[in-house]
Design a protein around this ligand. Sequence first.
Ligand code: FEO
Length: 400
Amino acid sequence: MHNTKQITQDLHWIGANDRRLSLFEGVYDVPLGVSYNSYILLDDKTVLLDTVDKAVAHQFFENIEHVLNGRKLDYLIINHMEPDHCAEIENIVKKYQDIKIVCNTKTQTMLGQFFDFEIAEDKFIIVKDGDTLETGKHKLSFYMAPMVHWPEVMVTYDSTNKVLFSADAFGSFGAIDGNIFADEVDFDHRYMDEARRYYTNIVGKYGQQVQMLLKKLQEIDIEMICPLHGYAWRKDLNIFIDKYQKWSTYEPEIKSVLIPYTSVYGNTQNAAEILAGELAKLGVKDIKMYDASVVHPSYIVSDAFKYSHIVFATTTYNMGIFVNMEILLNDLTAHNLQNRKIAIIENGSWAITAGNQITEIVSKWKNTEIIGNKVTLKSSAKQTQREELEALAKEIVKTL
Ligand code: FEO
């Protein structure tokens, strides 16, 4: 049965939620589920903006039929060719045979990569940055947004309703629970962490490209943002735009200390806990610790974008960095984390190498500084190491 949401008089959400997906993109758990958003604009012409993941195709087609109410579909705008949004293009094109596909040349190439069916050349309306399409009352403009989050991505701006269809940008993990607008839910409390985890892990590497998009968007008057995942925004847009500004420039949101650790027998954890306790005694608030062997790296990557200081505490393992810490460090490198203050605690019972290897990795991060003396445990902390941890806490606090 159809389940659509009216956004404006002539704009409808026709997406669907997946609450059983075990791993989004085969990597990220989504405990709150995920929504695949698709929109229909009912003007003189009818316009479908993106499709959905194949997992929710049945609901999607019921929704389209309901909103079209017997009308034909004139345009499909493809803002993003990733299969969580493009999976139903073939079925749309086959079902609505008069449809024109509005996309850019990169998207056209990717259509040939993902699908194996013929689309006649005259079905395409190929657009470039700044091109427009009039559909009756509405005038749509297209802005290329390469690498936010794939090279073919563009966003669509409806200057009549002042609505931005932002593709993956301004999206979030988390299903849409009935309401459609972010101002109808306690977004900050319930979803902001998932929005950060979504941004940092999916788009985090491409801060420069996000900055380019944000600059383009400054030129237009946006009253509403309709992303491809999560709630639509119509109030306090600056809250979310400000987060994007920080995340895409790798500016920490808070001055505090994140401590990801791994610990084979609890001794490295003990050192991390002592440091956290000393920081707390010195007045540091909202310190956050993660056992990187227990928590998926996507959560730690997300908080690494939030916190100004990170202390890595880990064991030497196979003459290298303990496996789950190494995965985390590689993930942070891959996501282009920069502009952070770092401290290191290492452990090992012989041939301790982890600390130097972490130093080597983080020294390649831009504008990143190692602070304090590395604390080295030989198997477990003794009074000397406790004093070193107390000294490290003082050094960290000096830079907060
Ligand atoms: Fe939600 Fe890049 O796809």
